[in-house]
Design a protein around this ligand. Structure first.
Ligand code: NDP
Length: 245
């Protein structure tokens, strides 16, 4: 199957930012969506907007760090729409800070969200994809997976792990599955600076306000990878503002 229309797509981190924009982009092109995030009110708003515009979406409250939550998300796709064609693992947190501040809860959250969360998605979707003999993983990393900046060591490490896990999965995926890494540069979302130490947050927000891309730039990159015909695997896309180093 090529194109986006008619595909059943589960997407984490759909309550704001890149995930919300991607949900809107895919819904406008005829996908059936199963959207996951923790904030039920924000998720409901996204689902209501899509539905009001004639799209097809359901929302499932999901914490990606919990294996059973992610399984509920992928199972909901099969229960409601009969199959799962794509899992977009986008949930993330940019709570960056200098090591000396010892914000170990934030370190743990980045490891749990980006690494355990991604593995929970693979564990939940892979058996479905194998049984269907088709499916696609789209994993959202970052330009931080390519260049480490201070004070983003933990964030960059976990996003590098996303990149490595994605390539490892691709190597084992065989002819029926597709595996795509999408790495955004700085993008205009509420997540930039959120949870970061105050000085770092101020720097990040200033940079965002000066040079960030709209989240639609990432939505269309994800859409491009999804709409390719079966057998065509867009393995890796990096999208950054021209002025980003
Ligand atoms: P947002 O903060 O707007 O979005 C993050 C999303 O992830 C929210 O929907 C949030 O929802 C969800 N989320 C966070 N933790 C969890 C969790 N444990 N379980 C389920 N959902 C979770 O930021 P962005 O849209 O910018 O971020 C999206 C992705 O893009 C992230 O992976 C981020 O690292 C990546 N990225 C962003 C860049 C940028 O400049 N904006 C640059 C490079 C990469 P909720 O809180 O409701 O659970």
């Amino acid at each position: 199957m090529s194109g986006i229309k008619g595909k059943v797509i589960a997407l984490t981190g759909a309550s704001s930012g890149i995930g919300e924009a991607t949900a809107a982009y895919l819904a406008q092109r005829g996908a059936s969506l199963v959207l996951g995030a923790r904030r039920k009110d924000r998720l409901d708003t996204v689902v209501e907007r899509i539905t009001a515009q004639g799209g097809s979406a359901i929302g499932i409250v999901v914490d990606v760090t919990r294996r059973e939550d992610v399984k509920r998300l992928t199972d909901a796709a099969v229960d409601h729409f009969g199959r799962l064609d794509v899992l977009v693992s986008n949930a993330g947190t940019m709570a960056v800070s200098p090591f000396d501040e010892l914000r170990q809860d934030d370190w743990d959250a980045m490891v749990a969200t980006h690494i355990t969360g991604l593995l929970n998605g693979i564990g939940a979707a892979l058996p479905i994809f194998r049984q269907q003999r088709s499916g696609q993983f789209v994993n959202v990393a970052s330009t931080a997976a390519y260049v480490v900046k201070s004070p983003q060591g933990v964030y960059a490490a976990t996003k590098t792990a996303v990149k490595v896990l994605t390539e490892g999965l691709r190597l084992e995926s065989g002819p029926d599955l597709r595996v795509t890494l999408v790495s955004p540069g700085i993008t205009d979302t509420e997540g930039v600076g959120k949870g970061a130490s105050p000085e770092t947050a101020a720097t990040m927000i200033q940079l965002r306000d000066e040079i960030a891309m709209p989240p639609s730039a990432i939505a269309s990159a994800i859409g491009y990878a999804i709409e390719q015909p079966d057998g065509i695997d867009v393995s890796e896309i990096v999208v950054r503002p021209t002025v980003q180093a």
